[in-house]
Design a protein around this ligand. Sequence first.
Ligand SMILES: C[S@@+](CC[C@H](N)C(=O)[O-])C[C@H]1O[C@@H](n2cnc3c(N)ncnc32)[C@H](O)[C@@H]1O
Length: 381
Amino acid sequence: MEIEMTTRIARSQSALHRLLDEIETGACPKPDWIHLQGDCRLDQMQPDARKHLLARLHACVLRGFRASNARPKSRAKRLAYWRAVAQAGFHDFTEQGWMKNYDSPFVENYDYVGPYLEGGLRALDAYQAYSSVLGTHDFSVEDFINTDLCRDVQTIVEPMAGTAEFAYQGHFRYPQFRYVMFDLDPDAKKHVEAKPWLPDTERHYVVADVLDEAIWQQVKSLTTGMSLCYIGKQSHHFFGAKQLYRLMELATSHVDYFMLEVPEPSLVADLEDEDELTREEMEDAGFQIGLTDKKGFSTNPLTNSLHFQLEAWDKRDRRTLFEYGDWTSWPHHTLVAFAELLDLKSMYFHGDKTEFVPVSEGEHDGDILENVTFMVFTRHH
Ligand SMILES: C[S@@+](CC[C@H](N)C(=O)[O-])C[C@H]1O[C@@H](n2cnc3c(N)ncnc32)[C@H](O)[C@@H]1O
């Protein structure tokens, strides 16, 4: 089901101030978005006045604001503008606009560029840089909960969670749900636990191996209501065939809906050696980021095996942020074949219908054939 959103428009600074006054006094409910148009330009304001206005905006919107009227002229001005908005608690890591977490009271600092400007590539926070280019921002818990299939879900499980954006962002929208995250990386746990969480939400971040049955039993004991488990960024490609089969078996025995973010249908042989992910503010600051092939290894089109890394580089230096060695790009039909062996139902997330549909319907559907990025497996038939 599509999510309905409210947008208010401000075409001048005085109209914006009037709208914010109305929201602050309770005369008008907080809209999801405020759209700044015409002369209502944030890029032309003095820094102090802008900071004050951004703080008011943050408290007055549920999701964020759009300001396609801002067009700073020089590289330096563009970077200063981007950093000012990011420091005021809004990011633009999706196409949707400048976003905060849903109705979040916390002004989070998204300016991951600052440390680079001070100390070069070594000073870059790898987790924050990862989030800006690969974080789970485009689809959220809300998108999947608003489906016929998952509407009774009350527990969100995020294995191989890393920066755990899925669970973290989701808890602002559904603070009454339970959240269970786990990963092998103890630094990722520290990173996620250092974020401001709403105090009343029940959450657990465990250091654990996704192939260990004990963590799944723990997940089950922490679950309330139906559970949706989400592995993002194709992380199941870390595993060989037997491990992946075991993962599907373990997960679907302990959660109701097991979802994987899958690649769009393509051949590994067609992949480029370098997938450049550089964002504009990175370029303005003087560095680039991309997924690059690991030297000495080549892609094997028969086994779908890949070796790559997330790298950052500038004129002086190069740094590996995260390694993805020995990765197998599992085609959808292998996942469906495993699901059949395990007697699971397999479904695709249909982007236009915003519903899960059985894989058998996908064969005749253009949207699914071209755009599939999520599959769900379940023992509920
Ligand atoms: C590409 S990151 C994905 C992070 C996150 N899911 C996302 O969507 O952005 C892969 C994560 O899987 C974790 N990982 C790899 N093997 C694992 C295993 N056997 N058990 C648990 N976590 C694992 C890594 O530590 C890393 O944080």
